[in-house]
Design a protein around this ligand. Structure first.
Ligand code: MTE
Ligand code: HPA
Ligand code: MOS
Length: 708
């Protein structure tokens, strides 16, 4: 790698490569397999080799063209099949099993073998990857960083620079979307900015253009799976034998955890007594694939739903009845040993069938299909059970810090990152409920390592459970100490003696005497006079989580989120074009913190998934370059792609397991509903060609291929 010509060009301040790294040239996290800049082997097309610091971007771009690379080209591996043939896995095969699957397959009345494939997906967050690094006094490097993981960026930047973590402050004011694409993929850019500032002594900004971002960052993992399913004449499933393989890209990144979550969701909502789930994560020469909403869950669920589709076809059984027959009941045990309690899988299916008027739909679709030659309609059903918690138990912890200021206003910091999911609104609502303050008295601060250290990524849909609970605990501490002062003041002012205090409407009063109250600011000022702490730290760790990887058994999830969707589509047999006529979704979210926010998450996740299943296609050339690099070469859904008729019911419920203030996580589970559209298209195609199998994603081209 010859960098001198680039270095010599006017306006260039510095050029840094692997040899300039003062600490370890290593940004790998789960495994130590990923250098910041490669020093011998370049693993994928678009991998950063060095960085050029210049007055402005155009100078840097021009200088980059002067860099000379001499390299020997080795045969690349891009596909799962090829990586499997070469046994290119990051870690040995993983396995989860229960019962005797071989015996049960032998004894089953019917067996079907199949192979399923799901493709990748570009995150298409609005804000591309970026970090600004500023050196401040006291030898501190302040990173304003677009990451979901402040702790990881801090730790790895410190490792690369060879300095203590306390000299790096990572701050995230908010993100313009992330969807998992900044859980791990933000680190490399953040570390580059930190390195540039550290070595040059100047502020440095690293920021990708849309095209760069799409070409060089990792995506959702494509998955391939081989499976066998055994069942009886009623459709009761006896055995499920599956191997899941994912395309992880050049470095392990989060591939092992994503594979594991896919394995945890290979049962979806169904109780199967004999199960064997194997998983292998493959190394290929593509940008490292990474977290994306659902984190392997959608890929695992897709596989078993494909298998159920084939059972329904084989037995000529109603797809809804087949699913109801196999649904988990309370007391059942999952393949990984977690006991099912509080299941509402069956209830959700029944409710969505009622909401959609399923029998009428079947009749109408049948009627339409018999009358139209060139257009066909189809129905797809998608029940959902999605596990909530990081499957790596230690990540399920978080902290919060609250300051009540002397005027009665309040500032709360958590390790949670706001990325459009309205975490900050939820944190404010929680503090509001505990302290009875009006919303405008509460400010939710940026996520900042100096206020909330060691924060887990805001991911796995646990953001409000973990950070909300930490904020609740901090707020409860404040409430407790303020209550003592309030009792003194109520006594002095009104001669009220009360244990039960109410904090509401910016006041505190005894339950029995709501008219005799103390205003919150008065209370705070008095607390300060009495030398009572007005700050509090809250810490929360999700209880009862464990998983033994060697045994493949444990209790990885705090609870499950349940729901179901029914989609109706229409497609043109000549063009392959299609439209979603209607979608009904029933989504159980316990005691929602804010139904409007949750509704936004359900609808957003649904349409994002419809994009994955039916439009978004990543194309690479023979060198592994992504040709899909912007919305003109990569079709993402727009508002006109929503179903003509979309009905979402948020189903409240009482759940002893639900987390913060009785609510359930909502970020990822609704992503699963989009798959109903894929299966509806499959159903429409099979109405004219029963043996046809639709490939993924269901683009018009794929539909035409399936029909021919
Ligand atoms: N919603 C918006 N608007 N933007 C996002 O980036 N990320 C999703 C989901 N909803 C995302 C989003 C993903 S991948 C996760 S894990 C959760 O939000 C994270 O936030 P939470 O845990 O606070 O729900
Ligand atoms: N979900 C999201 N991110 C994660 C997980 C998970 O289960 N485990 C580690 N990172
Ligand atoms: Mo979400 S994929 O867990 O960031």
């Amino acid at each position: 790698l010859a960098l001198s010509a680039a270095h010599a060009s006017p306006g260039v301040h510095a050029v840094y490569g692997a040899q300039d790294v003062p600490g370890q040239n290593m940004i790998g996290h789960v495994l130590k397999d990923e250098p910041l800049f490669p020093d011998s082997e370049i693993m994928f097309y678009g991998q950063p080799l060095a960085m050029i610091l210049a007055e402005d971007e155009s100078i840097a771009e021009a200088a980059a063209k002067l860099v000379i690379l001499e390299a020997e080209e080795l045969p690349p591996v891009f596909s799962i099949e090829e990586a499997e043939r070469l046994k290119q896995w990051y870690i040995p095969e993983r396995k989860i099993a229960r019962g005797d699957v071989d015996d049960a397959l032998n004894k089953a009345r019917y067996t079907i073998h199949g192979q399923s494939y799901t493709g990748g997906q570009e995150h298409f967050y609005m804000e591309s990857q970026r970090t600004r690094a500023i050196l401040t006094d006291h030898d501190l490097i302040h990173l304003l960083c677009a990451t979901q993981s402040t702790m990881e960026v801090q730790e790895i930047a410190a490792r690369v620079l060879g300095i203590p973590a306390h000299r790096i402050a990572v701050e995230v004011p908010r993100l313009g979307g992330a969807f998992g694409g900044k859980e791990r993929s933000a680190t490399i850019w953040a570390v580059m900015a930190a390195l540039g500032a550290f070595l040059s002594g100047r502020p440095v900004q690293v920021m990708l253009t849309r095209d760069e971002d799409m070409r060089v960052t990792g995506k959702r993992h494509p998955f391939l799976s081989n499976w066998k399913i055994g069942f009886d004449e009623d459709g009761k499933i006896k055995a499920w034998d599956i191997e899941l393989m994912c395309n992880g890209g050049a470095y392990v990144d989060l591939s092992v955890a994503i594979l594991e979550r896919a394995m945890f969701h290979a049962d979806n909502c169904y109780h199967i007594p004999n199960v064997r789930i194997k998983g292998r994560a493959c190394r290929t020469n593509l940008p490292p694939n990474t977290a994306f909403r659902g984190f392997g869950g959608p890929q695992g669920i897709f596989t078993i739903e494909s298998a159920l589709g084939q059972i329904a076809k084989k037995l000529n059984k109603d797809p809804l009845e087949l699913r109801k027959l196999n649904c988990y009941q309370n007391g059942d045990i999952t393949p990984y040993g977690q006991k099912i309690s509080e299941t509402s899988a069956l209830k959700m299916l029944e409710q969505v069938a009622e909401a959609a008027d399923y029998q009428k739909l079947i009749h109408e679709v049948h009627d339409f299909n018999s009358k139209h030659e060139h257009h066909k309609q189809g129905l797809g059903i998608m029940p959902v059970k999605f596990g909530i918690s990081f499957t790596t138990a230690l990540m399920n912890q978080g902290s919060a810090l609250i300051w009540v200021y002397i005027d009665g206003s309040l500032s709360v910091s958590t390790g949670g990152v706001e990325m459009g999911q309205e975490l900050n609104s939820k944190v404010a609502l929680i503090v509001q409920r505990v302290l009875g303050l009006s919303y405008d008295k509460i400010r939710v601060e940026s996520s900042h390592t100096q206020r909330t250290g060691n924060a887990s990524p805001t991911a796995a849909s646990t953001g409000s459970d973990i950070n909300g609970n930490a904020a609740r605990i901090a707020a409860e501490k404040i409430r407790k100490s303020l209550s003592e002062i309030a009792r003194i003041m109520l006594q002095e002012r009104y001669e009220i003696d009360s244990e039960e205090l109410i904090f509401a409407d910016d006041k505190v009063f005894a339950q029995a005497e709501p008219d005799k109250s103390i205003a919150f600011p008065e209370l705070v000022r008095r607390a300060h006079q009495e030398r009572t702490p007005l700050g509090a730290y809250g810490y929360y760790a999700t209880p009862d989580l464990y998983f033994d990887r060697d045994l493949g058994q444990g209790n990885p999830f705090h609870y499950f989120v349940y729901g179901a969707a029914i989609a109706r589509v229409q497609l043109g047999l000549l063009s392959g074009e299609h439209e979603i006529l209607s979608t009904h979704i029933v989504h159980e979210n316990a005691q929602s913190l804010h139904p409007d926010i949750d509704m936004g998450q359900v609808v957003g996740a649904f349409i994002q998934s419809v994009g994955w299943c039916t439009m978004e296609e990543l194309v690479i050339d023979t060198k592994g370059r992504y040709l899909s690099a912007n919305p003109s070469t990569y079709k993402i859904p727009g508002v006109r792609d929503l179903p003509r008729d979309l009905r979402v019911t948020l189903q409240p419920s009482k759940s002893a397991q639900a987390s913060i203030l009785g609510s359930k996580a909502v970020g990822e589970p609704p992503f699963m509903y989009g798959m109903a559209v894929f299966f509806a298209l499959q159903n429409a195609i099979q109405s004219v060609k029963p043996e046809a199998e639709l490939s993924f994603p269901a683009t018009p081209e794929a539909i035409i291929r399936a029909l021919n």
